[in-house]
Design a protein around this ligand. Structure first.
Ligand code: NI
Length: 256
């Protein structure tokens, strides 16, 4: 099983990072993709990926930190992606819910990083919150040139279809285990070929651990919920979603 979106570089894991990585393996989560969130986090993700054989990473600047993205860092990202453990650009996107960077700056940073992903031929990890319309509008210009995953998918089944038509996967996480979550509709109703699973740890802890710190091991509860929603075996869900992630991030191609 692969946790396709975790942040174990965050300080929440400073105390016990090693144990958390070991615990993931015990839960059958044998590979992790640590997603870069800002400049320091991308650098930490890069170091972790080079320290542990089963950790991969992406590098990128989240919309919250869009105002910190510099041309220097864009070229540093280019250098980092020369390393095979860097499997994508992200997380990038738009977040109008918290508006921590001005919206025009968020859009510019998003577009610059989309351009970079095209140039480097790497998949992207998209974060969008309360900005779906603008995000779809921007991404529409890249159709056919980009692949990627829309992480923690906040939209409807119809919007998931739209994303898939544009060449993107969607990922589901612990939110799907919460009461009356519309993410459960996504988990149940869209073709499994479009779905990746993730934790987004340390956030969004799935039931039955909600309220505590999330960790990569708990992607197992996401897979279990998906299995329950689709009336399938967890092993089958694991096999298919792992294949989707391997394909999107080219894990097999690169590592055999
Ligand atoms: Ni994230």
């Amino acid at each position: 099983m692969i946790d396709t979106h975790c942040h174990i570089d965050f300080k929440d894991f400073d105390r016990d990072r090693e144990e958390v990585i070991g615990q993931a393996a015990e839960f059958g989560v044998d590979r992790l993709i640590n997603i870069g969130a800002d400049i320091p986090s991308s650098r930490r993700a890069f170091r972790l990926a080079n320290e542990y054989e089963n950790i991969f990473c992406t590098v990128g600047v989240h919309p919250h930190d869009a105002k910190t993205l510099t041309d220097d860092f864009l070229s540093e990202m280019t250098t980092m992606t020369g390393n095979k453990k860097v499997v994508g650009i992200g997380e990038i996107g738009l977040d109008y819910y918290r508006d921590l960077s001005p919206r025009d700056i968020q859009k510019k940073a998003f577009i610059k990083q989309l351009d970079l992903a095209v140039e480097l031929d790497l998949p992207i990890v998209i974060h969008v919150r309360e900005a779906m319309e603008d995000a779809l509008h921007i991404i529409a210009d890249y159709v056919g040139r980009l692949s990627g995953v829309f992480h923690c998918f906040p939209g409807t089944v119809k919007e998931a279809e739209q994303m898939n038509n544009m060449g993107f996967h969607v990922s589901v996480n612990g939110v799907m285990t919460y009461k009356n979550s519309k993410m459960a509709d996504i988990g149940r109703d869209i073709p499994l070929e479009w779905i990746l699973i993730e934790t987004d740890c340390p956030y969004l802890t799935p039931v039955p651990h909600r309220g505590k710190r999330n960790c990569p091991a708990y992607v197992r509860f996401v897979a279990e919920k998906l299995a329950q929603l689709r009336e399938m075996e967890v092993a089958e869900i694991d096999k298919l979603t792992t294949r989707n992630a391997e394909k999107l991030f080219r894990l097999v191609e690169t590592f055999g």
